[in-house]
Design a protein around this ligand. Structure first.
Ligand SMILES: [Zn+2]
Length: 234
């Protein structure tokens, strides 16, 4: 029997983490080591890129997606018991995908479309769906980073759910109003097939795995198997 205190501990999965490849503080090996030491089961690196796959606000001069992928692959070998997803968060220039960038998308396990940034304010589920469909041929894990749940209509929620686009429970964005909006939607029958992701949106090492609010929702509504990286819950 687990104690209630243990029950409250999230199995640590964090599928939204930034590194120095974009505007985060940590490096890929540092973050993986941190997660490994704390017994996380899965992490996802999701640095900001343009639709062309170029990193935004990167700290590195000569690094690009190829070095990012290589570093992630090396880190996977070092921590085999930790699932490490290679992802990106597309945060700018939502045009069509140039042919040269297709290999980048193919290498991604996870693609987040920024539905909430200043430059790309949430512009409706139809548009989000169209963007996501464009990336769909490359990965099955495609979804909206920090959707504005308060602004999502039922119709929009349905478009996203039907397209099997996941919605992220982004820990720092889940204020009381957002939590209430998520709860309203989850209570509806058509929300049963919604896919979910959880993430800290960490830009510093100390925030990696900080998903307590998001995890509260996962627990309350038993979303374990509806996460893009399903977790078995004890
Ligand atoms: Zn982010």
């Amino acid at each position: 029997m687990m104690s209630s205190a243990e029950n409250r501990l999230p199995p640590c999965i964090d599928l939204h983490i930034h590194t120095q490849y974009s505007d985060g503080d940590g490096t890929i090996p540092q973050i993986a080591e941190y997660a490994h030491k704390r017994g996380f089961s899965a992490i996802g690196f999701t640095d900001h890129t343009t639709v062309e796959g170029e990193f935004l606000n990167t700290r590195y001069d000569k690094h690009n997606f190829a070095t990012y992928l290589l570093e992630i692959e090396k880190t996977r070998l070092k921590f085999p018991e930790l699932t490490i997803l290679c992802g990106i968060e597309i945060s700018e220039s939502f045009g069509s995908i140039p042919d040269e960038a297709e290999s980048i998308y193919r290498a991604c396990d996870l693609i987040l479309v920024d539905g909430h940034s200043v430059k790309n304010p949430f512009i409706g589920a139809q548009k989000i769906r169209d963007w996501c469909e464009m990336f769909r041929i490359f990965t099955k894990n495609i979804g909206v980073a920090h959707p504005r749940y308060k602004d999502l209509t039922s119709k929009e929620w349905n478009i996203i759910t039907r397209s099997q686009i996941f919605l992220e429970l982004n820990n720092p964005k889940l204020n009381n109003g957002e939590i209430a909006a998520v709860r309203r939607f989850i209570a509806q029958p058509n929300a049963q097939s919604t896919l979910w992701s959880v993430g800290s949106d960490a830009h510093s090492l100390a925030l990696v795995g900080d998903i307590s609010i998001a995890w509260g929702i996962v627990q309350q509504y038993q979303l374990y198997k509806k996460l893009i990286v399903p977790v078995s819950h004890v």
